[in-house]
Design a binder for this molecule. Structure first.
Ligand SMILES: [Zn+2]
Length: 314
């Protein structure tokens, strides 16, 4: 059984910051303009919601009527914007689960997802986004590894074409849930020939993949690092916790213990990359999540990442 580190009162005491610490946190530019209540409400509605990063916003699942307003409401001149596909939901009365079926053996399903991605990229272009990110998900069919690789390479080629035609980089998130297309090597061979495509390493999904397949997530991060252009940060200790509480915010107090992945070790592994990496925080928000817990975790990462970058430039 798991416990929620940021919800149970005894642990909570240790992560709650004093008023002045909290003000200090707000002053760091990391969490300066975020209205926690708005953040909370949008996450709960999963409508026009956003994730903060270092000088970056990630916007996703806006409404088809309000997407411009929803994006502009969090826009900030100092911040870059990235778009997590699907940008608008529903789209042509389709739900989110039909937006990224790029590994589905069904041709019509793949084609719909490609059209939808084109729509997201075109709106992202209008908003001057830095890049668009997508998952490669699959339908109910269980293709052989060869079929899956074939579907992946065809879909990635189409995604690269969309990226080129809009001159908009597209990042593919590393997800390890496909029955046969989940190894780092498969993602590398699918993506490595396309300079306009990048990989997004998501620490929570990476941990779940490592748990499911009994693999080493740090080795995987090291293999994938030449392709990594963005990182999604959250944590989870188990499938049960993931299903109940979604994305646990990253925090020093849980890092690398009791089934949680060490986000610190992952960042140390990928930091020597020669290219810039966009860091985005993806905490789930529910009644047990403290704003202070999230802020502390972000400041810890900021400190860590800054040190790693300074070191990399030596
Ligand atoms: Zn993610």
């Amino acid at each position: 059984m798991f416990s929620i580190p940021y919800g149970i009162p005894s642990t909570r005491q240790s992560v709650i910051m004093s008023g002045s610490d909290k003000r200090l946190a707000r002053m760091t530019q990391l969490w300066p303009t975020i209205d926690f209540e708005d953040f909370f409400n949008r996450k709960v509605k999963t409508q026009g919601y956003y994730n903060p990063g270092f000088d970056t916003w990630q916007m996703l699942q806006c409404t088809s009527d309000g997407w411009r307003k929803e994006t502009e409401s969090v826009a900030n001149n100092r911040m870059l914007l990235s778009i997590h596909h699907p940008y608008v939901v529903p789209w042509k009365s389709l739900g989110r689960d039909q937006s990224s079926n790029f590994l589905d053996p069904n041709q019509a399903a793949r084609s719909t997802s490609l059209q939808w991605l084109t729509d997201s990229v075109s709106r992202a272009k209008e908003q001057n986004a830095q890049f668009v990110l997508t998952h490669l998900t699959h339908g109910s069919g269980k293709p052989t590894p060869e079929q899956a690789e074939n579907l992946a390479s065809r879909s990635v080629e189409s995604i690269a074409r969309i990226s080129e035609s809009f001159n908009m980089p597209i990042h593919i998130e590393y997800l390890g849930y496909h029955p046969s297309f989940h190894l780092p090597e498969k993602f590398i061979s699918a993506l490595e020939d396309y300079p306009n495509l990048g990989l997004c390493l998501d620490t929570g999904h990476l941990n779940r993949w490592a748990q499911i397949h009994n693999m080493d997530p740090y080795q995987a991060a090291s293999k994938l690092s030449p392709l990594i252009e963005s990182v999604h940060l959250w944590n989870t200790s188990s499938n049960l916790e993931y299903r109940h509480y979604g994305h646990v915010p990253v925090h020093n107090s849980i890092d690398g213990v009791n089934g949680y992945i060490s986000v610190e070790r992952i960042l140390q592994t990928i930091a020597p990359a020669k290219h810039p990496i966009t860091i985005i925080f993806e905490p789930s928000i529910h009644s047990k999540v403290e704003e202070a817990f999230i802020t502390e975790g972000m400041l810890w990462i900021k400190h860590l990442w800054t040190n790693l970058q300074d070191h990399a430039n030596d």
